[in-house]
Design a protein around this ligand. Structure first.
Ligand code: SF4
Length: 156
């Protein structure tokens, strides 16, 4: 979708919010490796999702937090940025047995047409589907404290 701050990382465009290192799907890891020539182990941090017991991957934070591809306010891998970053300010939350689109409240464009945002998210869903439950449940220390709006159920 069109972002008014094209190629600027959301962690800069956000209104004082904390953007954590992004979640990585296997397709993200492949795309970043291909674009940068980096070996997976040099930018991927694997963690265990305590709610599922599964291994989940994130960009390894350079200094304990943030994103190592953040480069002078911009995204250094914009064309290969992870699905997690492409979705922002949308995110998916598993709540009371269902999946919901949520809207992170720190983004400057959060009051755009919500239907267009949801449509955009739904179009990216095939890239997330196999990892949906981990993506929607893995605890994120800072993001989980940030304000969000629950906006619509995810459609399958
Ligand atoms: S990959 Fe790019 S858009 Fe995503 S958090 Fe890192 S710098 Fe920002």
């Amino acid at each position: 979708m069109n972002c008014p701050v094209n190629s600027v990382c959301c962690s800069v465009s956000s209104r004082g919010g904390v953007v954590e290192s992004p979640y990585l799907m296997p397709s993200d890891i492949k795309a970043i490796s291909e674009m940068t020539g980096l070996e997976e182990q040099s930018f991927v941090e694997n963690r265990i999702n305590p709610l599922t017991g599964n291994v989940v991957s994130f960009v390894s934070p350079p200094m304990g937090h943030g994103c190592r591809f953040h480069d002078g306010g911009k995204c250094g891998i914009y064309d290969a940025r992870p699905i997690d970053c492409r979705l922002y300010p949308l995110d998916i939350l598993f709540k009371d047995g269902s999946y919901y689109w949520i809207l992170r409240q720190y983004c400057e464009i959060t009051h755009e047409d919500l239907n267009a945002l949801i449509e955009y998210g739904q179009a990216l869903l095939p890239s997330i589907k196999d990892h949906l439950h981990d993506y929607a449940t893995v605890p994120l220390e800072a993001m989980d404290k940030a304000p969000y709006l629950l906006i619509a159920p995810v459609k399958f």
